[in-house]
Ligand binder design. Sequence first.
Ligand code: URA
Length: 238
Amino acid sequence: MGIQAWQSKRAVAPARAQAEAVAPVEHAPETPLPEPAAPTATVPPARPDVSGMDWETLQACVSECRLCELHESRTQTVFGVGDRRADWLIIGEAPGKDEDLQGEPFVGRAGQLLNAMLLAAGLKREQVYIANILKCRPPNNRDPALQEVACCEPYLARQITLIQPRMILAVGRIAAQNLLKTETPIGKLRGTVHRYAETGIPVVATYHPAYLLRSPLDKRKAWADLQLAMATVAGDVP
Ligand code: URA
């Protein structure tokens, strides 16, 4: 898996030795040797068409996903959790160690802060839906690779279509940049309402709770973002 199959040199050498033994070298016409085998292309798993899937089929499909290498290191996939008819869809980056072990997004320290942020906005965790750009943990919590994001994108897109939230809260740079297909820094993306291109759903970007744990002074800005998110859901933002 993932390893190119080259024909072994040992498989070629006996063929040459055998040919030379049968005909002495000085009289022998050039003995055709087998062509070295071309590298066998690793056939990528077929991408499933998730566009018409219901929740159960989609979740089963994600749990078996082997489209990128992250399936090799994950404990389990982290599909998403919460109210499937929520007004608020929270999208983070990718599962961390705790999430990989428990199979649920935002259950570690960053998750505790996310819960507190939601409570400040008048919402219990169960009232929103929470998912990530990636369904599998990148080793050592490194940034998601482009190809990993591309593999996971249809799953998240289908979740968004099924939920039809009134607003997507993108927490952190990776979530915001991937949802909005931009490289603009998070500090510039926050503060205004964007649109998720595929469906036109409003997107509000804010800082990742893990960042806020390290930079508590920016919690004030995050609170302003939550207020913008609340106003957006209430229909108070044009
Ligand atoms: N950080 C994220 O972006 N998502 C999680 O699920 C956990 C931590």
